[in-house]
Design a protein around this ligand. Structure first.
Ligand SMILES: C[S@@+](CC[C@H](N)C(=O)[O-])C[C@H]1O[C@@H](n2cnc3c(N)ncnc32)[C@H](O)[C@@H]1O
Length: 530
């Protein structure tokens, strides 16, 4: 709880809004149900002058939260100093980064970099320390204090060069000779097929062995998630890379990047617009909902992207995103009503603050359509990215959301023959069962048969994805396995495998084999040996 306010999850918030707007919905129900496209739904609210005037006046009354302030930066830096003196290096690092994100003048920016370099040095992050020292000097670090910084630079350079080389975890890359000729992110062992039952789906174009890589997919876009368990000060907003010395946007204090290149790319493609509404969203709606911001980002990318008519299925192009499944007419109308109303409010905010439609005048109607459509696409296709930390024990935290074009073509099975993991935001899909040529390659959208009862799983698939799963585990109603697959503990894995092998009522040996192989690969990746 922050500032005594209750913090809602996104779905709690939407449920609450449905309750709140129910009387209004019941009045509008018959007219709203006539709106069969996203643009018509948006216009249901946006053509209502009284409504628009009310939202505009609400926006005018908002006092945007402060994004840059040297006073705040200095306060945070001093708090950082206290933590640093108390040898709480990580807390100091976080406060110095916060200070940096608020800093306005070159002087305050240089102090924040300078102090953060000390915290980085203390944590043994010498490369990052040296980068921050250079940044401090670049921003005119005061000459009277620079002796300390020169000394730190010398020490960090020495420590860095004498340190044992750290093996960096590398993502698998598909060798040139194995690249798929028609799918940008795939290996030459799969193809895209379409049928009535499954829509588009992925099929093995040759036999695939356990552990083989099927795809290395890069996201079309990502959204850093300010989840309670994650730390937004340690990840790049553009690529979700873990980074201890992030650099802030020059205008706002919310976007932080791992490099100048990521910062420039984001600014050019979407952040120069997004940045202008960030200080208002939470005040306007009562929550800063990741899906809205993510949808806005994708809509902006769609508007700014250069045309590319190549026939290959690409992961770095909007065309593929524009064709993803969104089940646009499948939500209960009451939910769609509330969702659209809130999106229309954001649309008015965008129009008021970004003035984007001066630049893209002809796109206004398209923008409304896409803004809602992308939210629907995200509900069906978004992937939550976790990051692994090794701090005594392994643990994971949510880093962000990502939208992948190729991953989005894999259908679900509760007993899947592939699994995925990520390195940064790059997704690697591998086989965890042998897959015969012509067989469909399935992935799990969350629950495996071992996690939840069939009824629970089927309910979830119907609500979120609108299909009935007919995988073998569902057809044969395999029992739930009473363990949580906490693959973070080797002793625990051994117990799990033992239990699975002993109990004849449990799944077939193929599954055990694949579980073991999957875990070995996962460990290999974590250990940096794979
Ligand atoms: C991420 S998309 C997968 C690609 C999709 N088939 C397409 O044509 O774009 C998810 C959607 O695919 C369909 N789907 C996924 N798994 C399925 C399955 N096992 N059986 C039938 N439909 C499935 C559902 O409509 C679901 O909402």
């Amino acid at each position: 709880m922050a500032d005594g306010k209750k913090v809602f999850t996104d779905s709690e918030f939407v449920e609450l809004q449905i309750e709140r707007y129910r009387p209004r919905y019941l009045k509008d129900e018959s007219e709203f149900k006539k709106c069969t496209t996203n643009a018509k739904r948006m216009n249901f609210f946006l053509n209502n002058e009284k409504e628009v005037a009310h939202i505009k006046s609400k926006i005018q009354q908002i006092k945007p939260h402060v994004t840059k302030s040297d006073v705040r930066a200095s306060e945070l830096r001093k708090l950082g100093n206290v933590q640093f003196q108390n040898k709480n290096g990580k807390d100091a690092l976080k406060l110095y980064t916060q200070s940096l994100s608020f800093a306005k003048s070159d002087e305050e920016v240089s102090f924040a970099y300078g102090n953060r370099s000390a915290a980085l040095f203390g944590l043994g992050l010498y490369e990052e320390c040296l980068e921050d020292i250079d940044r401090a000097f670049k921003h005119g670090y005061s000459e009277s204090r620079s002796a300390k910084l020169f000394k730190r630079k010398e020490d960090a350079t020495k420590a860095y060069s004498s340190r044992k080389k750290v093996v960096k975890v590398k993502t698998y890359e598909i060798p040139q000779s194995e690249m798929n000729p028609s799918i940008q992110s795939a290996r030459n062992c799969i193809e895209i097929q379409t049928n009535e039952k499954y829509g588009r789906h992925i099929v093995a174009s040759r036999d695939i062995a356990i552990g083989e890589v099927l795809a290395v997919d890069k996201p079309y876009a990502v959204e850093l998630q300010a989840d309670i368990s994650s730390d937004p000060f340690l990840f790049c907003c553009e690529c979700l890379k873990n980074c201890y010395n992030v650099i802030p946007c020059r205008n706002c204090n919310e976007a932080l990047y791992c490099t100048e290149a990521c910062k420039a790319k984001a600014f050019q493609n979407y952040h120069k617009y997004e940045c202008l509404i960030l200080p208002y969203v939470e005040e306007l709606l009562g929550i800063k909902f990741d899906f809205w911001l993510f949808s806005l980002k994708i809509t902006l990318l769609a508007m700014t992207e250069e045309k590319n008519d190549e026939t290959m299925y690409r992961s770095d192009r909007y065309k593929e995103i524009s064709e993803l499944e969104g089940h646009s007419n499948a939500d209960p109308p009451e939910k769609t009503y509330v969702w659209t109303f809130l999106s229309a409010s954001i649309f008015i905010l965008i129009k008021e603050k970004i003035k984007i439609f001066k630049e893209f005048e002809v796109f206004e109607e398209k923008f409304k359509e896409l803004f809602l459509y992308h939210q629907q696409v995200l509900k069906v296709n978004n992937v939550t990215i976790f990051s692994w930390h090794k701090n005594g024990k392994f643990y994971t935290s949510v880093t962000g959301l990502a939208l992948y074009s190729l991953y989005s073509l894999f259908n679900h099975s509760c007993y899947p023959n592939t699994f995925w993991n990520t390195c940064g935001s790059t997704m690697v899909v591998r086989a965890n069962l042998p897959i015969k040529k012509g067989e469909q390659c399935f992935i799990s959208y969350g629950p495996y048969f071992a996690d939840d009862d069939k009824t629970e799983r089927q309910e979830r698939f119907q609500t979120l994805y609108r299909f009935t799963c007919e995988c073998r585990a569902c057809q044969e109603n395999w029992p739930k396995v009473t363990f949580s697959p906490a693959i973070v503990d080797r002793k625990f894995i051994k117990q799990v495998i033992k239990k699975l092998t002993e109990n004849q009522a449990l799944p077939p040996p193929r599954y055990i084999l694949s579980l073991r192989k999957g875990l070995e690969i996962a460990y290999g990746i974590l250990d940096g040996t794979s």
